[in-house]
Design a protein around this ligand. Structure first.
Ligand code: HH2
Length: 396
């Protein structure tokens, strides 16, 4: 007897084939291969007790407040534990219950469907199939004051050369920004952002790799889209400039919606969360909903938990560890750990000494669900992620 480790679907199928299992049953066993943990929001104690009983009948379980059974509390949160198969059966049973419990059934089924989803995206004429491999977004800061490379690419020729280098090194996207968002940074007026960007965007017109514009200004985003940029990356989650959702919607381009607590000038002054992951997922869910209401197609939205944006060192580690929870949103996940201060503080090193820490964060972020890594050191990240992807059964 021995324990198997079959996270990769192809490994599971090979093992089932070896046993001689009918191929028609492979997907049934795939649904039993992994435990899913689902947090329910607050429900009445009656509902929670009903869910727990039904969960036990299908072989799953449900953790509730210690006083739920005695009725000493009226409401409780709940955590469901079960395989995909068990949770599907639980949803069926819930449908037969009174309304308060039955309403959970479609929510649970939708959640299970979302976590299975493999989103696709066309950016600048290129198709990206998330889940097939981890993609790399190269960072180009046309700024005097970015935290790790401020001033290095302010001259247009240096910026263009850097973008071409990152494209040759295997970047899938290049994210160009003219405003630092480092802690304490002050806003850069749109006219100055455009002045910095114009010669660079003109010089990169023929580049094969799609460009993304990193800005919180709708005027800069709209102008950059007219200059040939294919995607918008807004670290405020489209919330800083009221015109941003409409600009993105009108252009019909993909956008990155990032979580930030506060604004760059003050965001690192003692950020506090009562439930970090819940707050980030709920915030992103609301941001996606607002974007869709403004006319942005949901299947063009990428979500990002915003490493370092209103987060302590510990928050950043927890986000990277629990990144898979963003799967709830059913959208591709982008993460930007590159050279950030949680690495610097942990290792006691300056930004130019943070490559190893960045690569460790990238590799484990990819394992934990990241679809796109935003990095400064493209060649190293591409190489590290190619190997990590192969270990995880992707990118072959
Ligand atoms: N991080 C930075 C800037 N933009 N965009 C997304 N979507 N996610 C991130 O994590 C992210 C981002 C900060 O990094 P950098 O651009 O190198 O620094 P600066 O803002 O100082 O220019």
């Amino acid at each position: 007897m021995r324990i198997l480790s079959l996270e990769c679907r192809a490994d599971l199928e090979r093992e089932l084939e070896r046993v001689g299992v009918d191929a028609a049953a492979w997907s049934i066993f795939a649904g039993k291969n992994r435990l899913l943990t689902v947090k329910l929001g607050k429900v009445s104690v009656a509902t929670a007790n009903m869910v727990k009983q039904l969960a036990l009948t299908v072989g799953a379980d449900c953790a509730v407040h210690r006083s739920a059974i005695s009725g000493r509390v009226r409401q409780t949160e709940a955590v469901l534990f079960g395989t995909r198969r068990q949770l599907e059966r639980l949803a069926q049973r819930l449908q037969e219950q009174p309304e308060c419990a039955a309403r959970l059934a479609p929510m649970l089924l939708e959640l299970l469907a979302r976590t299975e989803q493999v989103p696709e995206l066309v950016v600048g004429g290129r198709r990206f199939r998330f889940g097939s491999r981890t993609y790399v977004m190269g960072v180009l800061n046309v700024t005097p004051d970015s935290f790790s490379d401020g001033g290095r690419f302010l001259a247009p020729a240096a910026a263009i050369e850097q973008a071409e280098r990152m494209a040759a090194e295997g970047a899938d996207f290049i994210d160009i920004g003219a405003e630092s968002t480092r802690p304490g940074a002050l806003p850069v007026p749109p006219a100055e952002q455009k002045r910095r960007l114009r010669p660079v965007l003109e010089g990169l017109k023929g580049l094969k790799v799609p460009l993304s514009i990193d800005t919180m200004s709708a005027a800069v985003a709209g102008w950059a889209l007219d200059m040939g940029v294919a995607m918008v990356n807004d670290v405020s989650g489209l919330s800083a400039d009221p015109d941003m959702p409409e600009v993105v919607a009108r252009a019909g381009v993909p956008c990155v919606v990032m979580h930030m607590k506060g604004r760059p000038r003050t965001m690192q002054k003692n950020p506090v969360y009562s439930d970090l992951m819940a707050e980030i997922v709920d915030w992103l869910r609301a941001a996606v909903r607002r974007a869709v209401q403004a006319g942005i197609s949901e299947d063009r939205i990428i979500v990002d938990p915003g490493i370092g944006f209103g987060k302590t060192v510990e928050h950043n580690f927890e986000i990277l560890r629990r990144l898979g929870e963003l799967r709830t949103l059913g959208r591709p996940i982008l993460v930007g750990p590159s050279r950030k201060s949680f690495i610097g503080r942990t290792l006691g090193v300056d930004p130019d000494e943070r490559l190893e820490g960045t690569l460790a964060a990238c590799v484990l972020a990819a394992r934990n669900g990241a679809d796109i890594l935003r990095v400064h050191d493209v060649r190293a990240a591409v190489r590290a992620l190619r190997i990590a992807d192969r270990i995880d059964g992707r990118g072959g």
